[in-house]
Design a protein around this ligand. Structure first.
Ligand code: NAD
Length: 350
């Protein structure tokens, strides 16, 4: 029995997570998969009503009582500071030390990519984004704030340990999954200190994986090549900020944010799985959000929990539904969120 904490969150989060949980419960009824779900109402409503973002004991409770966390999205126009989202999401990523942000970029159907003349095999890579440090540490400060002489300093934190473990994870993944090349993206030509550390650690670790080709690109060049020659990528590793930007581009070339899945992982510990997209307030409550990102996220979670075959079956069902145009309108279909979820469940039954 695996214990899953479900945090639907804000906006379209609850709508898409509902479909992902329906898929998992269907597998629970038709296979020997045993999952126990516990819902948590953390999000904008709770923050506005009770002033609570991530409850005090949350991290200990998640670590001791759960095997994985399935989350929707956090962000609400009523909370312009986004404080609850930062506390909840960054709080879990940092507090649970989820140092790998794993984002697969896989084209499920040729029709979906905005790139011309691309086959599904041309766009099939994974991104390892460092998830606990870099530019997301809120380190820095103001001098003379609000004056004409104002100075704002925004620091970036790169630790030897942090850089080492994300690069190692990328090489380990490549070896375990038959991938032959790891490409590291940085901006070491101008970011002399952090970039230098990334370069040295990358070379050191690459030397211990002679079976895997180690490749380096500046991140600006990578953004260009992801559009022009995406077929060259197998595993990409980068820091928090560059990984964040590159994976939105990755989501675009695979067909849109509605399809993109992600895991926030610390191998061997409770890990957090969430679709890449946000709470999309304009879509919320309309029943039109695409549930595929959340459903593929649940497949990633199953893979993490050791159910590779069931994970593959979900992806196959999603692929079938997309090919048959059984999708929401963002992918050109006419189905509601719930109908799109049902179409995928129906394919799992076949
Ligand atoms: N991980 C997270 O929780 C997360 C990530 C990104 C943004 N956010 C938050 O979400 C809120 C909205 O942010 P945003 O608009 O920049 O990003 P967003 O991902 O919510 O939406 C961006 C665009 O993608 C489309 N889109 C996203 N998900 C979709 C889906 N499942 N189906 C169909 N279309 C989809 C939306 O229509 C929108 O045009 C903000 O408060 C932001 O801070 C949260």
């Amino acid at each position: 029995m695996k214990r899953i904490a479900v945090i639907p969150g804000d906006g379209i989060g609850p709508e898409v997570v509902r479909e992902a949980v329906r898929v998992l419960k269907h597998l629970g009824e038709t296979t020997d998969l045993q999952l126990k779900f516990t819902d948590f109402d953390w999000g904008a409503d709770k923050f506005l009503n009770e002033g609570v973002t991530l409850p005090e004991d949350a991290l200990d409770m998640l670590s001791s009582d759960f095997d994985a966390i399935l989350a929707g999205a956090f962000g609400d126009p009523r909370v312009p500071t986004n404080q609850h989202a930062e506390d909840i999401l960054l709080g879990m990523r940092r507090g649970l030390d989820l140092y790998i942000n794993l984002r697969p970029v896989r084209l499920l159907d040729e029709r979906l990519t905005p790139l011309a003349n691309r086959k599904t095999s041309d766009i099939n890579f994974v991104v390892f984004r460092e998830n606990t440090e870099g530019a997301y540490c809120a380190a820095g400060g103001f001098l003379k704030k609000g004056t004409a002489d104002e100075v704002a300093l925004q620091d970036e934190v790169n630790t030897r340990r942090g850089v080492e473990r994300i690069i190692l994870a990328a090489f380990e993944y490549a070896r375990a999954n038959g991938r032959k090349r790891v490409t590291m993206a940085d901006k070491s030509n101008v970011q002399r200190f952090g970039g230098d550390l990334w370069q040295r650690v990358f070379k050191e670790i690459a030397a211990t994986y002679p079976d895997i080709e180690a490749n380096h690109q500046y991140v600006d060049a990578m953004a260009m090549f992801m559009v022009l020659n995406p077929e060259q990528y197998e595993v990409i590793v980068s820091n928090n900020l560059f990984g964040d930007i590159l994976t939105d581009l990755g989501a675009a070339i695979q067909g849109g944010l509605g399809l993109a899945a992600s895991g926030n992982i610390h191998p061997g510990k409770v890990s957090l799985f969430e679709p890449v997209h946000g709470s999309a307030p304009p879509l919320a409550g309309k029943g039109i959000a695409n549930p595929i990102g959340a459903i593929l996220t649940s497949a990633m979670m199953l893979e993490y929990l050791g159910f590779q075959k069931l994970s593959d079956e979900i992806e196959e069902a999603v692929r079938g539904a997309v090919s048959a145009n059984e999708t929401t309108r963002d992918l050109g279909g006419e189905l509601s969120t719930e109908q799109a979820g049902s179409a995928i469940i129906a394919r799992l039954k076949q």
